[in-house]
Write a protein that binds this ligand. Structure first.
Ligand code: HEM
Length: 395
């Protein structure tokens, strides 16, 4: 028998995707770092090691990619292909200064009212219909209308954003059926970023167009723009849609928590954090270990790829009391659903703003609501619902 903690659990087969939480618990119980036999890769299932690894970008670099598959890593890192997630400082900071500019809290204030108005329209509509799909009719609407408009891709790109984003996250996992099926779509996305998401075709004043304006001002080499463009296409929609879906489901299943919110709006931010902790939309990315590293005595050799399991860390019983309970009173602001350290989510203020405005609009108009069983999206590294039945009782 091997003396390293190991497991033949597959987090990426149908069972692992449908309900990863019991598997995460098994992995956490096996060790602080666990060798996944089926995928020939290490994983970190516990909170402490995930947080420390995310923080230490020098030892655990992203500049060689954050996927499990090395071909995907080569295609998404290195000169001209890197984005902020797949680069170390100083390149990381240069890219993030540019891609992150419209995502800063001050810049976002200019769109808050537009987001709030759209949120009110969404809630007006579902209050009239009473029986709706929480994903299509509620969670998807803000990202698909407001955010995709702000990015400002040509129409063909705007219409493909969700499909390309799903493929991007599938390709971050193993080359199973989902991973392999994603590859032609990733090539299509790369072609689009090179040939179509370019000045003259991009919507004026959109976030995408501003990347090329920054290149023209000499702030970043123009060859870097296609890689940076993917930063707005990959993570901008699905992540927020899935976080919002989780929030609706968890509040629908826990009417006592809805009542707390109705009585005290200062709890809104905790409810959003708690939903993201319970159902982290990004399940995992990887890091590359530059040197031998000991995780509580388990040595992971230099040159290893390590899966960082956000979704498991956020349910670690070593960190959270009753980790599987949705409890907005716990104020879980130190969850890892947005990552941690220099690569912490560049879009978190936008995601929080969308979720906050939607939840406030729901609290204004809806007395109570219930939810049915969701169907789970089949994706290697995202966690979210395809459909979520919702029954609404307006105020
Ligand atoms: C609830 C919604 C979201 C969740 C849960 C989420 C989650 C994450 C996570 C876990 C990371 C860190 C990856 C790592 O360190 O390995 C990340 C990074 C990132 N996210 Fe998000 N994200 C969300 C929304 C968004 C949105 C709306 C955008 C853009 C409009 C965005 C853009 C980015 C970018 C650019 C990075 C890389 C930052 C860097 O490396 O400096 N995200 N996100």
């Amino acid at each position: 028998m091997s003396d390293i903690p190991e497991s033949d659990i597959d987090l990426f087969d149908d069972t692992g995707i449908a309900d990863p939480y019991p598997l995460y618990k098994q992995l956490r119980d096996i060790g602080p770092a666990v060798w996944l036999i089926k995928h020939h890769i290490w994983c970190l299932p516990r909170y402490k090691e995930v947080r420390e690894t995310l923080f230490d970008w020098r030892r655990f670099t992203t500049s060689l990619g954050v996927a499990m598959d090395e071909t995907v890593n080569q295609a998404t890192s290195g000169p001209g292909r890197a984005n902020s997630l797949t680069s170390d400082p100083p390149l990381h900071d240069e890219i993030r200064r540019i891609t992150g500019a419209p995502l800063q809290p001050r810049a976002l204030e200019t769109i808050r009212e537009r987001i709030a108005a759209t949120a009110r329209d969404i809630v007006d509509d579902v209050c009239k219909r009473k029986s709706v799909d929480g994903m299509q009719d509620i969670a998807q609407v803000l990202p698909l209308t407001v955010v995709s408009d702000l990015v400002g891709l040509p129409d063909q790109g705007r219409e493909s954003m969700l499909r390309w984003a799903a493929a991007t996250f599938n390709a971050m996992g193993p080359m199973n059926k989902l991973g392999l099926e994603a590859l032609p779509q990733i090539r299509e996305l790369h072609q689009f970023c090179q040939k179509d998401a370019v000045p003259g075709k991009l919507k004026p004043n959109g976030w995408a167009a501003r990347l090329y304006e920054a290149a023209e001002r000499g702030e970043v080499p123009v060859e870097q723009c296609p890689g940076m463009m993917r930063e707005y296409i990959g993570p901008a929609l699905d992540t927020t849609i899935f976080g919002t879906g989780a929030l609706i489901r968890l509040l629908g299943e826990n009417p006592d928590q809805w009542t707390f919110l109705k009585n005290d709006r200062t709890l809104v931010k905790h409810a959003i954090n708690e939903a993201l902790r319970m159902e982290s939309p990004v399940r995992s990315f990887t890091r590359y270990a530059r040197e031998d590293s000991s995780f509580d005595g388990v040595v992971v050799p230099a040159g290893s790829r390590i899966i960082v399991l956000y979704g498991s860390a956020n349910r670690d019983e070593r960190k959270w009391d009753r980790p599987d309970s949705f409890d907005i009173m716990r104020e879980p602001s130190d969850h890892l659903a947005f990552g941690y350290g220099i690569h912490a989510c560049g879009g978190m203020h936008l995601a929080r703003m969308e979720m906050t405005e939607l939840l406030n609009a729901m609290l204004d108009r809806i007395a109570s609501f219930s939810v049915g069983s969701p169907t789970i999206v089949a994706n290697n590294t995202l966690r979210g619902y395809e459909t979520l039945p919702v029954q609404i009782i307006p105020d």
